[in-house]
Design a protein around this ligand. Structure first.
Ligand code: PGA
Length: 266
């Protein structure tokens, strides 16, 4: 059964006290809640990863980095390597976010390089892909998404499909309040899964968690999760409020229980 991941991407928000407060509230609210296949993940800024790990220790909330360096070590001022993240025992790291692609000229080749570095250190990459509005309007969504998949996963060996997570984030839906409709998102998620099937295997395609990102919030999460190929969300703005994050984890759990019930009734 695929994991359903509710991942908060805090971007450049929250300092030390806010990070601590958020984790204390979420850890306490979810203590004793049976989460089944739901995995809550939060990605704070680098300086607060250790605090987040400390506060979430022993809970079901996992911590992710937002980025990693292309390089292994040495004279790269301001960068953080995969080995450094591993030394914190960090389970996840986001790569290829459209803001990195846009403001830091990151290419699919960069993402592929980072992905291999993370895998070599046993960290699960959350690989972001997605088209811009101009590309969608020019009917290029499919071509863009497939080219990104191909570029990011070139020579990346996958056996189980649980080594990575893909986040489909249409750029036009990020931080705009304009969510893709469940149908629009499902169409691209199905495309991604069938590409994984053709280029890897049925096992990889079946086990791979594909998250949707772009203005996800408590109000629209349930409908997105009801889609066959949407296995969670990568959530920016709405993940900053502890109560919304808690609510989204609970919505995911309810959706998962409902799907389980439908399947057992088949
Ligand atoms: P948003 O951001 O939920 O604020 O749209 C999503 C993301 O950038 O990952």
């Amino acid at each position: 059964m695929r994991k359903i991941i509710i991942a908060g991407n805090w971007k450049m928000n929250k300092g030390l006290d806010e990070t601590r407060d958020f984790f204390q509230e979420v850890v306490s609210a979810l203590r004793g809640v049976e989460l089944g296949s739901i995995v809550p993940v939060v990605a704070p800024a680098y300086p607060f990863l250790a605090e987040a790990l400390r506060e979430s220790f022993g809970s079901d909330i996992l911590v992710s980095a937002q980025e990693v360096s292309l390089n292994s070590d040495g004279a790269y001022t301001g960068e953080v390597s995969a080995a450094m993240l591993k030394s914190l025992n960090l389970p996840y790291c986001i790569i290829g976010h459209s803001e990195r692609r846009q403001y830091h000229n990151e290419s699919d080749a960069n993402v592929q390089h980072k992905l291999l570095k993370l895998l070599a250190h046993g960290i699960t990459p959350i690989v972001c892909i997605g088209e811009t509005l101009a590309q969608r309007d020019a009917n290029q969504t499919e071509a863009v998404v497939l080219a990104q998949l191909k570029g990011c996963l070139q020579d990346v060996p996958l056996k189980t499909g649980t080594e990575i997570i893909i986040a489909y984030e249409p750029v036009w839906a990020i931080g705009t309040g304009r969510t893709a409709t469940p149908e629009q998102a499902q169409e691209v998620h199905a495309l991604i899964r069938s590409w994984m099937m053709e280029n890897y295997s049925g096992v990889v395609a079946t086990n791979l968690s594909i998250l949707y990102g772009g203005s996800v919030k408590p109000d629209n999460l349930a409908l997105l999760l009801a889609c066959e190929d949407i296995d969670g969300g990568l959530i920016g703005g709405a993940s900053l409020k502890a109560e919304d994050f808690i609510e989204m984890v609970k919505i995911a759990r309810e959706a998962d229980l409902l799907i389980g019930l439908c399947q057992s009734g088949d």
